[in-house]
Design a protein around this ligand. Structure first.
Ligand SMILES: *Cc1c(COP(=O)(O)O)cnc(C)c1O
Length: 378
């Protein structure tokens, strides 16, 4: 065996032993929340396509039309020859939606955070992030020479204490949080964070990957609002909405924008069509949260704050075991393990969609009540 393969094998053995090895499973989804894998059919509660828009006829037609007209790829970085009219239209739409002066789209949400954060925070600056922030917020922060500190999850008081003690040591400061936490489903105290940031000349950046289109937008308008086109919009890509000068700075300095190929025209067309549907159908947008609330109510859990409901089980093995039990009942609910979530907080993560039948949600809750130990959650 080569030393390279020996290295990979030993790492894998270690992961296997901790129940942390991950594997890919071929899965297809052609109809709402129904997915097929391994010759079986499941109702999926693990998909972030909360409104089912990736399969919406209008969204698919828009993507197909864009391909017919413009082909499949952007051909180059937007700064070279990849700046497509559909991207410009999409950015205008996103900026308007977020009440911002301008927007810039990126290759993905992950690439947005990897590009934006180091373009804003450098040597001598402070990045203060919620401790449970998404991996790409930490990934972007690590690409910057700025000092990275974290505050306790959703604890605005702790963030204030840290800024009080530390802010003076740094030139600029950036505070980053998710609006809706991807693995916990809870919502950030945005007004309190905005106040703290205003008091200490700190720039507030929000990651709205799981909020757009499924929750009422907060009144708080952070000066830096990023998100993804890949979840509720059913497409692919990421965005930053901000002031004109900030967006212009990204065009020159965000490396994941400058050195990466522009989004395919079909991704932009699909996202625009999805934004049209969201604007026209508030009843559709309200359904995922209503279903999550029906689920938490039936189980006597704290009321869902978003379409994401976690069931923390502790060990990675317990989470995998629980996921298997639900699969036996026809439900796909993926186990989320470290390092996606902190050690000892492996969980099932239920994501509710407009495509779910109320009867299926009720049956899922009854199966969870009958087969899993949920006492720790209440
Ligand atoms: C999914 C997610 C991202 C990454 O977005 P992609 O478009 O999937 O790369 C960023 N932040 C949060 C909070 C997410 O949940």
């Amino acid at each position: 065996m080569t030393s390279l393969d020996a290295f990979a094998e030993s790492k894998l053995a270690q992961l296997e032993q901790q129940a942390l090895r991950r594997a890919l499973t071929m899965t297809t989804r052609t109809d709402g929340a129904i997915i097929r894998r391994g010759g079986r059919q499941f109702i999926s509660f693990s998909c972030n396509d909360y409104l089912g828009l990736s399969l919406h006829p209008q969204v698919k037609a828009a993507a197909i039309a864009a391909i017919e007209t413009y082909g499949t790829g952007a051909g180059a970085s937007r700064l070279v020859t990849g700046d497509h009219p559909l991207l410009i239209e999409l950015e205008a739409r996103l900026a308007k939606l977020k009440h911002a002066e301008a927007a810039r789209v990126f290759g993905s949400g992950y690439l947005t955070n990897l590009g934006v954060i180091p373009a804003l925070a450098g040597e001598g600056d402070l990045i203060l992030a919620d401790a449970l922030s998404h991996a790409c917020i930490f990934g972007g922060s690590r690409l910057s020479p700025a000092t990275l500190l974290t505050f306790r999850h959703n604890d605005a008081g702790h963030a204030a204490e840290i800024l009080k003690a530390e802010r003076g040591k740094y030139r600029n400061a950036l505070l980053v949080t998710e609006t809706v936490f991807s693995m916990d489903g809870d919502r950030a105290p945005l007004s309190a964070l905005a106040e703290i940031c205003a008091a200490r000349d700190t720039w507030l950046m929000t990651d709205d990957a799981h909020g757009l289109g499924v929750l009422e937008a907060s009144d708080v308008r952070a000066p830096l609002q990023m998100g993804t086109l890949s979840k509720v919009l059913g497409s692919y890509g990421g965005y930053l909405c901000a002031s004109r000068p900030v967006v212009d700075l990204m065009t020159s300095r965000a490396r994941t924008l400058v050195y990466s190929t522009g989004l395919p025209p079909a991704a932009a067309a699909a996202a625009i069509a999805a934004l049209d549907i969201i604007a026209a159908d508030p009843a559709l947008c309200a359904r995922p949260l209503a279903k999550a609330r029906a689920f938490t109510q039936r189980l006597g859990l704290p009321e869902a704050q978003s379409p994401i409901v976690p069931l923390v089980l502790g060990g990675a093995e317990a989470a995998l075991e629980a996921s298997k039990l639900l699969q036996d009942e026809g439900f796909l609910v993926i186990a989320i393990r470290p390092p996606t979530v902190p050690e000892g907080s492996a969980r099932l993560r239920f994501a509710f969609s407009a495509a779910h039948d109320d009867a299926d949600v009720a049956r899922l809750a009854d199966v969870v009540a009958a087969r899993l130990d949920i006492r720790a959650q209440a």
